[in-house]
Design a protein around this ligand. Sequence first.
Ligand SMILES: [Zn+2]
Length: 360
Amino acid sequence: MIVTGEAQRQAWRTRQFPPVEQVAAGLWSVPVTIPDSPLRYTLAYVIESGRHVTAVDPGWDSDTGWQDLLRGLAVAGMTADQVTGIVVTHVHPDHHGLSGRLRAASGAPIAMHAAEVATLPARIWRAGGGAAGDRDWLARCGVPGPIIGELTFRDDQDGPFWRMPDPDVLLNDGDDIGLPGRPVRVVWTPGHTPGHICLHDSGHDLLLTGDHLLPRITPNIGLAPGGQGSPLAGYLESLRRMRGYDSAEALPAHEYRFRGIADRADAIAAHHQARAEEIIGIIATSDGPTIWQIAQQLTWSRGWAQITGFMRRAALAETAAHIAFLQAGGGLTRDAGEPGGDRFRIAAPEAVSCGPAQDG
Ligand SMILES: [Zn+2]
């Protein structure tokens, strides 16, 4: 992997705010503050073609972030009312948070992948049965009763996170985002969320990777309450798809720009394989552990004891995604309805594998 966003990496290392940069003709990267987050900022992108201007992932909804976005547009010689399109790679609040404010200021429609609509927090919450469904999911994960209350939300919650807007335009794989004279196409990369997309600017061979591919960290691949299927299987498939874009420069939504897309995708796939093997090892040496028990035994970069409050939800969802993946592959059995949560056991050791990188 070769870092191309040197100023961005320098800013990351020295904990400065990176500059607004023109990456190519008519394309700028614009850092937008995420308050109180170790990620610190989202890299929004502004793409121009003639009188058309698309903002990609406007960022977290805060007054500081809004000023960051306006300053980025100003560096590009624009004002918010000149924006003609808004595209989000996915609906997490550090990407989609400011979409509503930008739409109000510009009248530009908001576009996202058709499969992403159901990922909007308020919709996920309702689909999962609200607070009751959430508590039930946590209990099935094996979370002890007294801790469940610390990890769940209430049904009467409000705030910008829950009010993020529905899209005006639905995108599908291969669609052009509609900048005249500048082909920018949707590359559907489910995994981090079901409707996550990358955007390929073929004329400049740039791939806006959102959170799908980041240079230093790996995106959380979680199975949300009420989630179906195996998001990890989808993510590994989306990583394999990156081989077709190896010539492109990666423009991620966090950290810094880089080249070497296929290598980075392979490294992240290997990380998930190692994670799956670690989980198999834990299950093989335990007596039918729950997801909660497995999560506690896994290696976390900051240590389980430091994962507190709602971070534990993400850790649980990530563990659940790996379990669902292994279960779909036939390697695990699930005993549902046992007291204290669903329990997992090794089904067939030879069926336990994680992706094509594994030998034998
Ligand atoms: Zn993000």
